[in-house]
Design a protein around this ligand. Structure first.
Ligand code: AMP
Length: 427
């Protein structure tokens, strides 16, 4: 199937062609015609399947053919984190290049005054995290009475983050007659209930069995003692051909600690977690996307759903407490048909969590680390030479300021074709 068969207009097809997408992904192929028929939809899809475009493209199409009442917002997209909301915003700009549509990105941690100024000019689309949207509504800054399409993205994550009451409140502020699209990687009971309550006769489309890791990720575990975790991680990074990687920790203080330690060891590493100020988070993420940082040490909330193309590796410095998070974490690599590798360091204390992961995803190949605690010698390995995994040592020492955003990071995934699609994407 081609994009031309989906019912999208010329301007969108032109933008898609310029980006370089040749064929729609399965979630796009299945969802777009349903959305264009104004049906409610439940989309069961992980990030990395092209789900953002599956709702953004038809949304732009519908907005371009309708008319706004005195520029009141007609679509609302709710996302669980600021980064995800920003990503939807970027998609909207990229696909809507030839449309004169406007958006407001309403996320916490950014100036409310600036967001209010944009709202005052009138926008077609609101892309928001629930808390900030409600704040602005309570201050009388938003009119929601003309919303015709509501998208709830990453609904299962919204649940994990405790946003369901906020979502219910937001829905109660919207017109009864509207189209509702709900996307989720998994379907826990609470999300099922939410969809039964607020969606009307929805069509369900699904592209991956819930909580299964993408087939393109080679994921493995390494048995290790708690005290040698850091050195084993370093050895793994040395041994693997790491282009760029997410390194996950369970606690924010460990995110900071490990980021510092890796930098000390000469790696190009930075930390990302929810307690950092927004400007620093945005700058760090951009530097990682631009390839100026090789290792992004992060927490789950900071990394969920981040669309960074062509990440070669994921390292779980800590095993996640929740088996679903394991799938989400390793899903940061092996995206859109590209191959990826994931390593998890497991200690005796993790037995319970590892068992839950194995129950969810099946057996995971496991090695035992040469686990003797070693003297950490400053000069233990040449830091700059052989490995492509690091640049001149410290990220900051590259001398280049993190460049502003370009869309180049999508180039790596433009080679999306049937041959390199994972099985679940080929249907
Ligand atoms: P998402 O699941 O929305 O996070 O998208 C994952 C990645 O797939 C993003 O980098 C998109 O730019 C890319 N993508 C989306 N649709 C297509 C397509 N039809 N062909 C190739 N890449 C795509």
């Amino acid at each position: 199937m081609n994009f031309t068969d989906l019912g999208l207009g010329e301007d969108l097809l032109k933008a898609i062609e310029e980006i370089g997408y040749t064929t729609p992904t399965p979630i796009q192929e299945k969802s777009i015609p349903i959305i264009l028929m104004a049906r409610d939809l439940i989309g069961l899809a992980q990030t990395g399947t092209g789900k953002t475009a599956s709702f953004t493209l038809p949304m732009i199409e519908m907005l371009s053919s309708g008319r706004a009442r005195s520029r009141m917002p007609r679509s609302l997209v709710l996302a669980p984190t600021r980064e995800l909301a920003a990503q939807v915003g970027e998609n909207f700009d990229k696909y809507g290049k030839y449309h004169k549509l406007s958006k407001a990105l309403l996320v916490g941690g950014e100036s409310m005054g600036d967001q209010i100024k944009i709202l005052e000019k009138g926008v077609d689309v609101l892309i928001a995290t629930p808390g900030r949207l409600l704040d602005l509504f309570d201050r009388g800054q938003i009119l929601l009475s003309d919303i015709k399409v509501l998208v709830i993205d990453e609904a299962d994550r919204m649940l994990d983050m405790g946003f369901i009451p906020d979502i219910e409140k937001i829905i109660s502020l919207l017109p009864m007659t509207r189209q509702t699209l709900l996307f989720s990687a998994t379907m826990p009971d609470e999300i099922k209930n939410l969809s039964e309550k607020f969606l009307s006769n929805p069509k369900t489309v699904s592209v991956a069995p819930p909580a299964s890791p993408a087939k393109t990720v080679d994921h493995r575990m390494m048995e290790v003692s708690s005290k040698s975790k850091k050195t084993v991680l370093k050895d793994l990074i040395d041994r693997e051909d790491v282009k760029n990687a997410f390194v996950f920790c369970n606690r924010k203080k460990d995110v900071d600690m490990l980021g510092r330690w890796l930098r000390d060891k000469g790696f190009s590493a930075a930390s990302l977690h929810g307690d950092m100020i927004q400007s620093k988070r945005t700058e760090t993420l951009q530097a990682f996307k631009d390839g100026e940082i090789v290792l992004l040490v992060c927490s789950d909330v900071a990394a969920r759903g981040l669309d960074v193309s062509g990440v070669s590796h994921v390292f779980n410095f800590d095993v996640p407490f929740n088996a679903d998070d394991y799938v989400h974490r390793i899903g940061r690599t092996g995206r859109a048909g590209l191959k990826g590798k994931a390593w998890s360091l497991i200690t005796e204390d993790d037995e319970k969590f590892v068992a839950a992961i194995r129950k969810l995803v099946g057996e995971v190949p496991t090695e035992k680390a040469k686990d003797e605690p070693r003297e950490e010698k400053k000069e233990s390995a040449p830091r700059q030479k052989s490995s492509p995994s690091r640049n001149s040592g410290n990220t900051k020492s590259s001398g280049r300021p993190p460049s502003r955003h370009t869309r180049e990071e999508d180039v790596g995934e433009d080679s999306f074709n049937d041959d390199n699609l994972p099985a679940f994407l080929r249907r």
